[in-house]
Design a protein around this ligand. Sequence first.
Ligand SMILES: Nc1ncnc2c1ncn2[C@@H]1O[C@H](COP(=O)(O)OP(=O)(O)O)[C@@H](O)[C@H]1O
Ligand SMILES: Nc1ccn([C@@H]2O[C@H](COP(=O)(O)OP(=O)(O)O)[C@@H](O)[C@H]2O)c(=O)n1
Length: 212
Amino acid sequence: MIVTIDGVAASGKSSVASGVASALSIPYVSSGLLYRAATLLALEAGTSLSDAPALLSLLGAAPLRLEPLAGGNRIYLDTPDCPRELTADAHTSAVDAGVSALAQLPQLREWVNARLRALTPPFVAEGRDMGTAVFPQARAKFFLVASPRVRALRRVKERVGDVEAVEQALIARDEQDQLQSHPAADAQIIDTSDLDLAGVIAAVMAGLQERA
Ligand SMILES: Nc1ncnc2c1ncn2[C@@H]1O[C@H](COP(=O)(O)OP(=O)(O)O)[C@@H](O)[C@H]1O
Ligand SMILES: Nc1ccn([C@@H]2O[C@H](COP(=O)(O)OP(=O)(O)O)[C@@H](O)[C@H]2O)c(=O)n1
């Protein structure tokens, strides 16, 4: 069984995917973490975020490993002499600002999608295009939205920052991500603005029961 949870930035995708996966006792998979790790490595190597051949060559030499734990995904660079966890570094504002450029490259989307399609179900997959491009056959699909202000307030709680600036950055990223981020025709859209985390997880679990 594959369940997809897509949505806009900071709408609660990973928290909700983690809650749903835990309730179902299956893993969840963060596709965004692969885009983020690729962006981090490119920024560190000084590789242009729009140079697909150079990015693919960099990633081809990078032994990235995604750990799809239900409690929270983690990503590692398994270099034999100096293994390193990249998870925290993949969530900085520098990566936030660059990731959409890299994610717009079809070759990079194929690189991520091949890794996702190689995983063995069952799992909950979260991102932007899990229900549309990557797993159109998923049993149940959800798409989370919330107002930019609510999302900015949530982000500021988890990482320090100015609400106005964070809100503007989220709106900018929404615009850059628009091409690859839309609900599948058979997705249930959930506006999380006025729901707490438990309420969104309950809405997804109820939606899953309807599709069982
Ligand atoms: N419905 C909700 N109500 C309150 N806070 C939430 C809700 N959903 C998520 N959050 C919080 O908002 C922040 C962003 O959520 P996250 O799951 O990281 O979103 P995304 O994966 O879409 O970026 C986290 O700190 C999370 O705990
Ligand atoms: N399936 C996906 C997942 C992420 N992404 C890209 O990766 C970025 C980071 O995604 P994320 O899900 O980790 O982060 P948030 O948008 O939730 O902060 C997005 O802004 C997109 O540019 C994508 O293009 N397609």
